[in-house]
Design a protein around this ligand. Structure first.
Ligand SMILES: Nc1ncnc2c1ncn2[C@@H]1O[C@H](COP(=O)(O)OP(=O)(O)OP(=O)(O)O)[C@@H](O)[C@H]1O
Ligand SMILES: [Mg+2]
Length: 343
C-alpha cells in the first residue's frame, strides 16, 4: 500500500473539512481553554485591563506549532471583548490594497485576525505597521506619477496575529505587538481534559482510561487528540457498543497504526530503517529516505521533527543517529558497540 504521509491521523495540520469539524469543539471563553496556564493568565490580564478602560487592547501575537489553539484563542479574544472578529491570512492578502480595504472597513474595537502573518507580502506588511501604530492607512489614488496617498484615519482596533514561525517575522512587525503569547505542546493530563470536554460536546461516553490512552498518543497537540477521538468514536460505533472504552481506544488506534507514543507508520519505518539497516547511524538524510522509499524532504519535514522532539533520533554533523530510547521503543536491543556510534 502506498504511504501517504500527509494523510496520517497524527499530522498536526488540518484541511478545510477538518477545520469545519473542529469548529464545534472550540472553547468559546478563556476559562474553557485548557492548559497554557501562563499565556492564559497573561492574556486574561491584558483583556480585563482593556475592558476596564473601555479601550481596544494592545495588538496580540500568538505563536506556536499547528493545532495548539492559536485560532481558538483569537476567537476567544473577540468573544471576551464582546466584539466581532474579522478573519484573514497572510497568503489571502495578495496586494497591499486588499489589506487597505479590510482595514478601512473595520469598525471600532473590532478584532482583526491575521493567520499565518509571517506570510504577508512586504508591501502589505509595511501598510500594516502604520495601521497598527498610528491607526491610519494611506490610500493610494491614481497611478504612476500622478498617484497620491490620502491618509485615512482608522478607528481603534486590535490585530491578533498568528504564526507557526515567529522567527520569520521581521522585527519591526514583531515590535508592534504589545503582547506575544507563545503556545507550547500540552501535557498528557491537559489533553485528557481536552478529550473529556470534546466527548461531552459530541455526546459520546468516553472512559477516563480511554482518554488517557488517546492523550498519550496525541503528540501534545489538541487537534490530534480531537481527531483521534473521532476515529475511536467511529470504531466504537461500527465495531463496538458505542462506548469509548480503553479497549475501543486501543483497537481503533491499532487500525490507524498509531502506536503508544503517537508514532505512525512513516515514523516507525524511518526509525526501523535507522536501527536495523544502518546499525543506528549515523546515516545521511538522503540515504535514510531512500531506504524508506520517501523523499528526503518528507522524512525531514514530516517524520523527523517529532522523532527528534521525542528524543528518538538525534541529528549530528555526520547524519542521523538512533538514541537508546529508539531501540527500546522498537523492542530491539542496541548493538553492543552502539556507544561509540553515538559519539
Ligand atoms: N486549549 C485548548 N482547549 C481545548 N481545545 C483546544 C485547545 N487548543 C486547541 N483546541 C482544539 O484543537 C483544535 C485546533 O485548534 P486551533 O485551530 O486553534 O489551532 P491552531 O493553533 O490555530 O492551528 P493552525 O496553526 O493549524 O492554524 C480546535 O478544534 C480546538 O478546539
Ligand atoms: Mg489556526
Amino acid at each position: 500500500m502506498e504511504l501517504d504521509p500527509a494523510d496520517s491521523v497524527v499530522r498536526p495540520g488540518a484541511d478545510d473539512l477538518e477545520r469545519a469539524a473542529e469548529a464545534a469543539l472550540r472553547p468559546r471563553h478563556l476559562d474553557e481553554f485548557v492548559g497554557q496556564k501562563v499565556v492564559r493568565e497573561q492574556l486574561s490580564l491584558v483583556l480585563q485591563a482593556a475592558i476596564g478602560r473601555g479601550r481596544a487592547p494592545d495588538h496580540v501575537l500568538l505563536s506556536g506549532p499547528p493545532g495548539l489553539g492559536k485560532t481558538t484563542l483569537a476567537m476567544i479574544i473577540a468573544a471576551e471583548l464582546g466584539t466581532s472578529l474579522r478573519v484573514t491570512s497572510g497568503p489571502a492578502i495578495q496586494h497591499a490594497g486588499d489589506l487597505a480595504a479590510i482595514l478601512s472597513s473595520l469598525e471600532e474595537n473590532e478584532v482583526l485576525f491575521i493567520d499565518e502573518i509571517h506570510r504577508l507580502a512586504r508591501p502589505a506588511e509595511e501598510l500594516l505597521y502604520v495601521a497598527m501604530e498610528d491607526f491610519r492607512v494611506d490610500v493610494v489614488v491614481g497611478k504612476g506619477a500622478g498617484a497620491s496617498a490620502i491618509p485615512l484615519a482608522l478607528p481603534p482596533f486590535t490585530v491578533v496575529g498568528a504564526t507557526t514561525r515567529a522567527g520569520l517575522l521581521p522585527a519591526p512587525l514583531r515590535d508592534r505587538f504589545g503582547f506575544t503569547g507563545h503556545l507550547d505542546f500540552y501535557a498528557d493530563d491537559e489533553l485528557e481534559r481536552v478529550l473529556l470536554r470534546s466527548a461531552g460536546l459530541l455526546g459520546v461516553p468516553l472512559a477516563h482510561e480511554a482518554a488517557a490512552e488517546i492523550a498519550s498518543r496525541s503528540r501534545g497537540t489538541p487537534r490530534i487528540a480531537n481527531r483521534l477521538l473521532r476515529r475511536v468514536r467511529d470504531w466504537a460505533q461500527v465495531r463496538g457498543d458505542g462506548t469509548l472504552s480503553l479497549e475501543a481506544a486501543r483497537a481503533a488506534l491499532e487500525v490507524y497504526e498509531v502506536d503508544r507514543r503517537g508514532l505512525d507508520r512513516l515514523d516507525r519505518s524511518v526509525l526501523t530503517a535507522l536501527c536495523t539497516r544502518f546499525g543506528g547511524g549515523p546515516v545521511g538524510l538522503t540515504t535514510l529516505a531512500v531506504a524508506v522509499g520517501e523523499e528526503p524532504e518528507t522524512v525531514e519535514t514530516v517524520a523527523e521533527p517529532f522523532l527528534v522532539r521525542e528524543g528518538l533520533i538525534g541529528r549530528t554533523p555526520r547524519g542521523r543517529v538512533a538514541t537508546a530510547e529508539a531501540w527500546t521503543h522498537l523492542g530491539l536491543s542496541a548493538p553492543t558497540a552502539a556507544d561509540t556510534l553515538f559519539g
